[in-house]
Design a binder for this molecule. Structure first.
Ligand SMILES: CC[C@@H](C(=O)O)C(=O)SCCNC(=O)CCNC(=O)[C@H](O)C(C)(C)COP(=O)(O)OP(=O)(O)OC[C@H]1O[C@@H](n2cnc3c(N)ncnc32)[C@H](O)[C@@H]1OP(=O)(O)O
Ligand SMILES: [Co+2]
Length: 147
């Protein structure tokens, strides 16, 4: 089986000032509750996820003034922050995109929300859109150092 480089839009990240207010807005809009809420210490964010068909809406609130979300809200205000693409092999995709001239923000993938390995591509190299790549971590790898 040939694996596609980029499979689909996995989620759209939206920067919000107050997660509980935005949870109410999106619950009313989509007529569903978030299926998950999670704090990601490495990114200094509190998140909640809404499933919409095959893809998800990820609401992101800063959990510290140094969070990338706090900096984004200061500069641009609330709104779409990034688009995340699901990939089968994040290491291979990082190598491929680097060789194509894209500017990777991370040298190595890091632990993201929702049991994913993630990395980011700088908006300077992607028409001013912050792009996330994410790969699901198989259940039997969760918690293993270095994943
Ligand atoms: C929950 C975990 C994870 C998941 O599992 O899904 C997440 O989604 S975490 C989400 C939060 N984490 C990140 O965003 C990490 C990656 N981001 C960064 O490293 C930085 O935010 C950044 C992209 C490097 C920007 O940082 P900043 O300090 O603003 O750097 P610059 O000053 O160099 O900004 C350059 C330039 O880019 C513009 N910018 C910044 N953020 C965005 C954005 N989200 N979308 C589009 N453009 C963005 C910024 O305004 C600058 O533009 P100019 O002023 O024109 O130079
Ligand atoms: Co994300």
């Amino acid at each position: 089986m040939t694996l596609k480089s980029v499979k689909q839009v996995e989620h759209i990240g939206i920067a919000v000032k107050d997660l509980s207010i935005s949870n109410e807005i999106f619950s009313k809009l989509l007529k569903i509750q978030p299926y998950k809420q999670e704090t990601v210490e490495s990114e200094k964010v509190n998140t909640s996820f809404f499933q919409t068909g095959e893809t998800k809406i990820e609401l992101l609130e800063a959990s510290s003034p140094e969070s990338p979300i706090a900096l984004f809200l200061e500069k641009k205000g609330e709104g779409i922050h990034h688009i995340a693409f699901e990939v089968d092999d994040i290491y291979a995709e990082m190598d491929r995109l680097k060789s194509e001239g894209f500017i990777l923000i991370n040298d190595k993938p890091k632990q993201g929300a929702d049991n994913k390995l993630v990395c980011f591509i700088h908006p300077k190299s992607t028409n001013s859109v912050l792009i996330e790549l994410c790969q699901s971590i198989p259940c039997n790898h969760i918690g293993i150092e270095g994943t």
